[in-house]
Design a binder for this molecule. Sequence first.
Ligand code: G4P
Length: 524
Amino acid sequence: MTLQKEIQRRRTFAIISHPDAGKTTLTEKLLLFGGAIHVAGAVKSNKIKKTATSDWMEIEKQRGISVATSVMGFEYDNYKINILDTPGHQDFAEDTFRTLTAVDSVIIVIDAAKGVEMQTRKLMEVCRMRHTPVMVFVNKMDREGKDPFDLLDELERELHISVRPLSWPIDMGQRFKGVYNLYKNRLDLYKPGKQTITESVTIDMDSPELETHIENPLAKKLRDDIMLITEVYPSFNREEYLAGKLAPVFFGSALNNFGVKELLDCFVDIAPSPRPVQAEERIVDPYEEPFTGFVFKIHANMDPNHRSCIAFVKVCSGKFERNVNYKHVRFNRMMKFSSPTAFMAQKKEVVDEAYAGDIVGLPDNGNFKIGDTLTAGEDLHFKGLPSFSPEMFKYIENADPMKAKQLHKGIEQLMDEGVAQLFTHQFNGRKIIGTVGQLQFEVIQYRLLHEYGAQCRWEPLNLYKACWIESDDEKELEEFKKRKFLYMAYDKEGRDVFLAESNYILTMAQQDFKNIRFHFNSEF
Ligand code: G4P
């Protein structure tokens, strides 16, 4: 197959949701359709159960599982599908944010009874920032949930995106009969527990034949609903979807396999193949022949005696080949890789080649950082790996004076891996770790001890937000930094960060210093 065809048939996406909405279940059903697995229950959830927030051993065990399910590739209908898994626990949101930089589109799973939840809202912000095309799957229609029209309103309001249903539920809860597929004008009916479509007919809504498949008043209600949809919502426009402005919506039940095939069939049809990627120097087109790629995730190994990792590289253009020399741009050095791995379903295997859109895992012992670029020789730097303003902060202190060096190295490497963010106080040089959840502090402490033999101690620090600041007005910037001297820090790259103690203080600072821009993520 030509390079062009190989790339065109790739669909690389992530499924995102608030924990418990059904991401794992949907992933598993998609893999079943792809024939990548054969029995339900085969995909181990990599989410950390809610009860385990302080049970770090449990997390460690699950980390082993999650490397296998980090990327799941499979073939479906002549498409090569790559699902990038995102850690389900809300404390790991930062890792999830970064995964979103490596996908070409996203499927959002919503619980029909709960609607749009907090984590979904946050992740959607990242999608919006990057204009990532999104599709929505409203799950758990086999349970009593919110009214589908209310849900559509909620999606538009909460996710700030236009929506267009492409499948429509016929009743819900125990009375759930199936969906009308608006994309194919087809009626797909189900029987609970059957896990398959029991009846599928192409049918026009106006045809009296509808009543032979579903009884009144359901047929009438469906007709009215579809008419309302056609009147109220603009007809589906793929360009708008691809621009990230319009989200097609599907309804179903992942657990019962209702509506999943409709989603998948439409997905492969309309979802984007690998898209051009913005590097600092230029836009890189996926169909360019020379290989380029970047590291978006680093996964440390379980074995504490060997600090070996897997660096996950998203191929941005061309073809990656085993044992071919590529340039590690930050090191300005050529490197080749003898055992790159690809991820097929839950298996990891050595591959000879990978194409734009694919993810390859490179065994690594400290050469890579998040954001590192590999190319066939060109000096390129890929952008778009933002760090988000953390929400929790603690001072990190050395608890074993004999191991200061180990602690320093450990902190440095864990930060390169993207476990959390490090800030250094400009005033006294104290190190501050910023995270998006409590769990990350436990992860860091545990890993420092087990992988580096270093001991750390946390000291409380009451901060509201850390924001990156910049200004064209040098004088005002200097004045600000002088005035806020006690609250200024450097990030890992040495950029100025303002540590605001409260929302009030931040708002006042924004008011008093009108020429200073306050950024809540590092990509500006
Ligand atoms: P997550 O990855 O988004 O966190 O969610 P996951 O798929 O693990 O699903 C969360 C819970 O919701 C699971 O139940 C799962 O069985 C259930 N679920 C998923 N899809 C549907 C659906 O379409 N209908 C209904 N009624 N339930 C659904 P659990 O009891 O937490 O876990 P388990 O013991 O069943 O694995």
